[in-house]
Every structure is written in structure tokens, then in C-alpha cells.
Design a protein around this ligand. Structure first.
Ligand SMILES: [Zn+2]
Length: 249
């Protein structure tokens, strides 16, 4: 796990090694040289899997050549993120420490990508002695995927399931779609040992996904929110939460 804990989003990327190659799940915000960090960790060829096109998951893509992403993420990846957008993302109010030496918050835009290979629900990435299954997991974002190491009982829950407030208030979030994804992931729980996700406490016990599914159904059913967070209404369930758009009710 490569974390960026000094940013409020605290995004995590994951490097998974097989015998023949490594998969890097997401590349974080893009401050510092993630390419150098990964070269210190593995000698294997690295395939980046972008789980969805949100700025806090794609910033370090610039350091890699082999980048795969769901079709729905391609347009945003090809457009990149402007200096202006990233200046807001790196506002001092979002940070709890200094940016890495050499990072200029006024020029921290994420460059456009040209070569992107499509991955889709049902695909399997063979790393040599270890494989990762791609599972579509829309709801937080329409293009979101999760990755499953079935043999070892490991789910990489990305932004679909994590032990913190789930963001269901984004422009392309959809609560009903999100619930269906949680139901699908719940069915995997009996065969899971552990979940590693992109935000919140890592790792967490798979049972939490079952509770998230019930909680999402409760929210859709009209549960009264407990407060406000991240531009939406927070439903607090203790080990996790659900944030919905303010216009929901
Ligand atoms: Zn996201």
C-alpha cells in the first residue's frame, strides 16, 4: 500500500506482485515521483489499473506506460486535470503537512494520457501465480471497478467499499446502482478474508460490506441524515458512513 495520508482524502494505491509482473491499482494524487517509489518496490514490469477517473486516483499515471482503465474513464483520462482544478485539490485546508519538495501547487495539473488499454467487467489479469478479476462496481462513480484475488480471498474495494464515509454525493453517483453493487459484493463476502480499499481504515473485515448493503437500503428508504460532510448529507453508521447529495430529500 502506498498512502498519501497528509491529504484529507488520504487515498491509497496498491502494488500487487505476481511472478511475472506487478499491477499497480491507482496512482494517487500525483505529488512526488510515484515512478521512483514503485521502482524501489519491484523489478517486475508494472501494469497500472485505473479504477475510475477521479483526480485522487490518477495523478501518478504520468510515470507509467502500461495503463488500463474501464471505457467510461477514458475521456477524462485523455483530457487530464487542469492546474486550476489541482490547485483547489491541494488547497492548504486539505493538507495536514508540507507537500513533497519540488511540488508546485500552482502547476500540479494531471497531464492528459494518450495510450489507454480498456479493461472491463469479467476480465482477468494474470500476474504469474496470482490473478486479479475485474468486477464492475458502479454507484460512487459510473465507471468504477473493484479487483478480486479470488484464490487468496482478497478484495481491493477501491471507492466502492471502504471503512469511512462512502461518497455517494458525486455528480455521477447513483444510490440505486450503488445498492446493486453492494449486493453483488456482499455475495463475495463468505469467500473473502480481507478487504483493502482506497480510503479509510485499511484493511477491514469483509463483514462490513454486508452492513454497508443494509445501510444503503436504509438510506434509500428515507433515513434521516445525521449531519453534513463533503458537500452532502452524512449518514453515520459508526465504522463507515454514507454521504448523499443534499437534494435527495
Ligand atoms: Zn472516487
Amino acid at each position: 500500500m502506498i498512502g498519501e495520508p497528509l491529504h484529507a482524502e488520504d487515498p491509497k494505491s496498491f502494488l500487487v506482485e505476481g511472478a511475472d509482473r506487478a499491477v499497480l491499482i491507482d496512482t494517487g494524487i500525483g505529488v512526488g515521483n510515484l515512478g521512483e517509489v514503485i521502482r524501489e518496490l519491484t523489478d517486475l514490469p508494472v501494469t497500472v489499473v485505473t479504477t475510475h477517473a477521479h483526480w485522487d486516483h490518477v495523478g501518478g499515471n504520468r510515470w507509467f506506460v502500461d495503463i488500463r482503465a474501464p471505457k467510461g474513464a477514458h475521456a477524462a483520462l485523455r483530457a487530464g486535470w487542469s492546474d486550476d482544478r489541482m490547485r483547489r485539490a491541494l488547497d492548504p485546508s486539505e493538507l495536514s503537512g508540507a507537500l513533497p519538495v519540488g511540488t508546485d501547487p500552482d502547476h500540479a495539473g494531471i497531464p492528459p494520457l494518450t495510450d489507454i488499454v480498456t479493461i472491463a467487467d469479467g476480465d482477468t489479469l494474470d500476474l504469474g501465480g496470482r490473478s486479479l478479476n475485474i468486477i464492475a462496481a458502479p454507484g460512487h462513480a459510473s465507471d468504477l471497478i473493484v479487483l478480486l484475488d479470488r484464490v487468496n480471498g482478497i478484495l481491493f474495494g477501491t471507492d466502492a467499499v471502504y471503512a469511512a464515509a462512502l461518497y455517494a454525493q458525486m455528480p455521477d453517483s447513483d444510490l440505486t446502482v450503488y445498492l446493486r453493487t453492494l449486493q453483488t459484493l456482499s455475495e463475495l463476502v463468505p469467500d473473502l478474508r480481507v478487504v483493502y480499499s482506497s480510503h479509510g481504515t485499511v484493511p477491514f473485515a469483509p463483514d462490513l460490506i454486508v452492513r454497508m448493503t443494509a445501510a444503503m437500503a436504509e438510506v434509500i428508504g428515507g433515513r434521516h441524515p445525521d449531519g453534513q460532510e463533503a458537500g452532502g448529507r452524512l449518514h453515520d453508521f459508526g465504522a463507515f458512513g454514507i454521504i448523499t447529495a443534499a437534494i435527495d430529500d
